[in-house]
Ligand binder design. Sequence first.
Ligand code: NAI
Length: 330
Amino acid sequence: MFKVTVCGAAGGIGQPLSLLLKLNEDITDLALYDLVNAPGVAADLSHINTPSKVTSYLGADQLPGALMGANLVIIPAGVPRKPGMTRDDLFKINAGIIRDLATAAATHCPKAFMLIISNPVNSTVPIVAEVFASKGVYDPKRIFGITTLDVVRASRFVTDIKAGSVNPVTTRVPIVGGHSGPTIVPLLSQIQPHQSFTQEEIEALTKRIQYGGDEVVKAKDGAGSATLSMAQAGARFAKAVITAALHGATGIVEPTFVDLDADATNGAAIRAEIQGLQHFALPVELGKDGVERIHSIGSISDYEKQLLSGAVSELKGSIQKGVDFVRASL
Ligand code: NAI
């Protein structure tokens, strides 16, 4: 039995994400929660002939039912960006939404894997961590900020400039830091399989990976941000967590924004390299309890060191903002 709950299931990301989760045959129960339209989305998806039973939950009164018994909760609830907005501009609205959903999850499914999509991820993940800690149920191994879209984009964008010589499916660019413009630090020096780039290519690619989300926000012209590519990225990350948890598969590594305390062996050494930050995005090996091992940053170029230092200063404020928000409302 493996129950997955989607909070914000009727939204731009929520609908295609729920569709992709419906196709995941490891999931036995798919609970769709939203303030609007959840029953319609659930009725539609429930006709697809895969094993999961789809149920719907509408409005805050039904949230406990959606969460009860969940093994994994994925949250794309909240408002997306419009042209000219940064992810941080969303904090005012989304911080409260995430705090309330986290409070309910800490009560009704404290052991669930929590996958946070809602922006600003650099602050919403610390919010969830702080809420769980305040309820005495915090396990840093089980709370993840979804940064998968950054590596999905990176693999594709590299292919755009190296047409014919790289495969977007198997090309992996490690990305560290966080999930917003300057905090997104692509490590092109560590791309797998190895590729050589000119400095000009590195700078152009880095910029495009950092601001790829803006391309979509601009093209949608007020109608939101990435939804379809985000749904694919979210479903990929959920599948990785589920496969490692249910089947004991080893060697599954995905990037994610996590609390470095999740890795008792490597976490402290990594923190020492990034001015003691508590949360950071890194490639993470997943296991049956969530985070198994956080990969260290490794050896990086001078250009990447420069980017990293900018990311660290910006992240410090974003993480603290999330923590302060929860502490002020306790
Ligand atoms: P959307 O507006 O299309 O959908 C959001 C859904 O959340 C709506 O159905 C709304 O009714 C629901 N909702 C709002 N408050 C809720 C609450 N308290 N409980 C349950 N549901 C609630 O927005 P979209 O495009 O799906 O984006 C959602 C979030 O994902 C945004 O914050 C966006 O910035 C973020 N995002 C994150 C990415 C990442 O890489 N981590 C990439 C793209 C977007």
